[in-house]
Design a protein around this ligand. Structure first.
Ligand SMILES: [Zn+2]
Length: 484
């Protein structure tokens, strides 16, 4: 049997997370084969392993989006420039990031086309056609798509010029319905993050300067990454009647008057893959929550030279049994030392490793190693699928609890601006502080500390005391952090 050289596909060296978080992230993304750089500046290639994680996130989201009464549709990639210009704030917010198509079929176009940075303009135009009377409402449509926002500084998954997402766009009869929808989706997003990705989030409202261009108000969910920086993991916008007025989406109301619809839009993106990496990973690489792990279990046969005859057949049977029981399981039968295989699958974050050798077969058991705690335990082959299912659930719970504890340990209140500045300089995490609501104060704080208001939690404490910076009466309790 031929031995592979020591290098090659078994490259598992990464910068330790504790040493350089930023480099660690890039190393993990590349070495775990989640994504690679592409010849197009700012655009990444999502490799099969990374795409499999995205697909699992996508499925979890899609099921919930449909269960709440929404349906999927698809709108064009190109938007005539004039449509984007119909909503003034919207175009102002997005124009620095817009890519245009100027030629097609060898000819210059009469009107430039925008490559969608988001689809309010094209969808609003269609809704204006589709909505006549109150019976046509609500419209509850979601689209899975790619969008393009020209970025100067990019980072795989977190910020790329092209990215994948879902964007929901709804139209309603009343303001209350639109607000309910906005909040319902925010809850749905938070639930996906916490129960599927094991990423705890803070649900809250954005300040005016951070809201979506053209929205009445924007809600977000904010997560805390392993280096103490915040990551906006999803947004849900109450558009009010702004887009309805810009795109003339009117309907005949129950009282026969003609009114504009009330709109919402909301999105989550491939950035969530980055959130998973940065929330759970450690010095050895990725740690994937079982619900989004492309492989939940890797089977590694252990044995001397003749392991292909003595161990492999039983290992294959076990893999097949587990797959039949609904688990995602891969078998690593490459000719390599087990230790190297262990390191590679640890790097790739597989939640459970199943080792099986001749002695295990004699004893009718296997050895299971948990990626999250590194515990090892013997498990009988009898009832193995159920035992693993329980262990996977336990890993999922442990990851969420660990992330939640990290966030709690990294969240403090500041009672003076000096203390605030010191906290932002010295330690990562959220700092909670009262804020007067002025954009000036917000900008000054950002200038002094690089920290931004992530959001103001829903159901948070009522504002008390004085603004952390200007000493005027506080209007809200805001969560500040340096953010991605
Ligand atoms: Zn202030």
């Amino acid at each position: 049997m031929s031995k592979k050289p020591e290098t090659g596909s078994f490259v598992t060296e990464i910068t330790p997370r504790s040493e350089d978080f930023s480099q660690w992230y890039l190393d993990v993304v590349r070495r775990a084969e989640l994504a690679d750089y592409s010849p197009v500046k700012g655009c990444m290639v999502i490799r099969p392993y990374g795409y499999a994680i995205w697909e699992l996130i996508q499925q979890a989201l899609d099921v919930r989006i449909k269960a709440t009464g929404h349906v999927n549709a698809y709108f064009p990639l190109f938007i005539p420039e004039s449509l984007l210009h119909k909503e003034a704030e919207h175009v102002e917010g997005f124009s620095p990031q817009v890519a245009y198509v100027t030629h097609g079929g060898g000819e210059e176009l009469e009107e430039r086309l925008v490559v969608r940075p988001t689809s309010e303009a094209i969808i609003g135009t269609m809704y204006a056609k589709w909505v006549q009377g109150w019976r046509d409402l609500p419209i509850l449509i979601n689209q899975w798509a790619n969008v393009v926002r020209w970025e100067k500084v990019t980072r795989p998954f977190l910020r790329t010029t092209e990215f994948l997402w879902q964007e929901g766009h709804t139209a309603h009869e009343t303001e209350t319905e639109a607000e309910d929808e906005t909040r319902k989706i925010l809850d749905l997003y938070a639930e996906v993050c916490e129960s599927v990705l094991a990423v705890p989030v803070i649900k809250g409202i954005k300040s005016d300067s951070e809201k979506f261009a053209g929205a009445l108000r924007t809600y977000s969910i904010e997560a805390l990454m392993g280096d103490g920086r915040a990551l906006q993991a999803g947004t849900s916008h109450n558009l009010g009647q702004n887009f309805a007025k810009a795109f003339d989406i009117t309907f005949q109301a129950r009282d026969k008057s003609v009114q504009h619809v009330w709109g919402t839009s909301w999105g989550m993106t491939t950035r969530l893959v980055g959130a998973v990496v940065m929330t759970h990973g450690d010095d050895s690489g990725l740690i994937l929550p079982p619900l989004v792990a492309p492989y939940q279990v890797v089977v590694v046969p252990i044995g001397r030279d003749n392991w292909r005859e003595t161990v492999l057949p039983r290992a294959k049977e076990i893999q097949q049994e587990l797959v039949a029981a609904g688990l995602r399981v891969t078998l690593d039968e490459r000719d390599e030392r087990p230790g190297r295989k262990f390191a590679e699958w640890e790097l790739r974050g597989v939640p459970l490793r199943l080792e099986i050798g001749p002695k295990d077969i004699e004893k009718s058991q296997v050895l299971i190693a948990r990626r999250d705690t590194r515990e090892k335990l013997g498990v009988p082959m009898e009832g193995l699928a159920n035992a693993l299912r329980e262990l996977l659930a336990e890993v999922q719970r442990t990851l969420l609890a660990r992330a939640l504890k990290f966030r709690e340990d990294s969240t403090v209140r500041a009672d003076s601006y000096d203390a605030f500045k010191q906290l932002m300089e010295g330690r990562p995490g959220f700092v909670i502080a009262p804020w007067c609501g002025s954009a000036d104060c917000e900008a000054q704080i950002k200038n002094d500390t690089q920290a931004t208001i992530r959001n103001m939690p829903i159901g948070g404490r009522p504002p008390a005391g004085r603004c952390i910076r200007c000493d005027n009466d506080a209007r809200a309790e805001a969560w500040f952090a340096k953010a991605y």
